[in-house]
Design a protein around this ligand. Sequence first.
Ligand SMILES: Nc1ncnc2c1ncn2[C@@H]1O[C@H](COP(=O)(O)OP(=O)(O)OP(=O)(O)O)[C@@H](O)[C@H]1O
Ligand SMILES: [Mg+2]
Length: 164
Amino acid sequence: MPILAPNSLEFLSRSADQTRRVGMRLGALLEMGDVICLEGELGAGKTTLVQGIALGWGSLDKVSSPTYVLVNVYRRPDEARLVHLDAYRLNGAAEAEALDIDNLLVTGPVVVEWAPRIRGALPEENLWVKMDWIDDERRSMQFSADGQRYEKLLDGLQARMFGV
Ligand SMILES: Nc1ncnc2c1ncn2[C@@H]1O[C@H](COP(=O)(O)OP(=O)(O)OP(=O)(O)O)[C@@H](O)[C@H]1O
Ligand SMILES: [Mg+2]
């Protein structure tokens, strides 16, 4: 089993579609107030994972990630909103504070690409996903849960991915 510790999980994705499927399973479990932080270099697969998350969550909108857009909002029929932040162009927590992430969390889950750039502005408790490029088709994904809610979320994700 790809288990490192009770609050973490490692997975080797062998294709972009597989990464999207992991995202779908995670997205289906997300609730208002959940924070998902994505770490990984250019091309690691962060946006690909978000495509799956949005689909699994039930988004009516397609995920887009033009580099100049900082905040994308995806809708669902029940009025919930999934917020997709791309912190690539932000310089530190001060700029990120202006986004008022706590306020965004009232409308639905928030997913943050390039989370390390705005670490200080993010809630301490979150699900952290570190993605690494292995080769053209493979990416490693390391999930770490901080806080009870996220340990439960990770348990749920593990059950959906591996049936245990
Ligand atoms: N196993 C895999 N998981 C995710 N993406 C993969 C995988 N294998 C190949 N890819 C490809 O790698 C690219 C990942 O791009 P993506 O935009 O998701 O990365 P990103 O981490 O969001 O980069 P950026 O920092 O530029 O926003 C896509 O072209 C995708 O098809
Ligand atoms: Mg991206």
